[in-house]
Design a protein. Structure first.
Length: 164
């Protein structure tokens, strides 16, 4: 009972959860609705959800919102919500309110119904033990890069502004 309460409270308060399905763990934004975490993705402009399939199992790690450290880890049953279903509508209503910087805020839910997946991550019986190691891993490959080196004078300029 206490494990379930810890999972719910920690996940509700955290802005990101780390989810590992068939591949490496990824940071995903989410909402907590009806006893489960819900994520949207795999569409244009949305977060990728690789390795998360309907009926699979995922390992979820919740971080502290203020310190960023690991609070709790739990095993989740993954299920994909059918677009237009009652559960999908409830989840999407909450997800829409948390989605930042959407280019099409007015038609976002229609786009999600056509092009994206909404997944429900339902906690299983108990939490998992904290590992002994740090779980640090190299960053995943990405096409996003810094174009130029940071100018040498930039740190001095930033520090001057703070002193004022």
């Amino acid at each position: 009972m206490l494990d379930r309460a810890l999972v719910e409270e920690a996940t509700k308060k955290s802005g990101l959860i780390w989810v590992r399905g068939e591949g490496p763990a990824r940071a995903l934004w989410h909402v907590w609705v009806d006893g489960a975490a819900h994520v949207v993705g795999d569409g244009p402009g949305e977060q990728p959800l690789p390795g998360l399939a309907d009926g699979s199992v995922a390992e979820v790690t919740v971080r502290s919102k203020d310190k960023g450290g690991r609070v709790v880890a739990w095993t989740a049953a993954v299920s994909e919500l059918a677009a237009g279903s009652e559960a999908w509508e409830a989840a999407v209503a909450e997800l829409k309110g948390k989605r930042l910087n959407a280019p099409d805020a007015e038609t976002m839910t229609e786009r999600w119904a056509r092009e994206c997946r909404v997944l429900r991550l339902t906690p299983r019986d108990a939490t998992t033990a904290h590992p002994d190691g740090s779980l640090a891993a190299p960053p995943l490959p990405t096409p996003v890069t810094t174009r130029h080196p940071v100018p040498a004078a930039l740190p001095r300029l930033l520090l001057k502004r703070r002193k004022r």
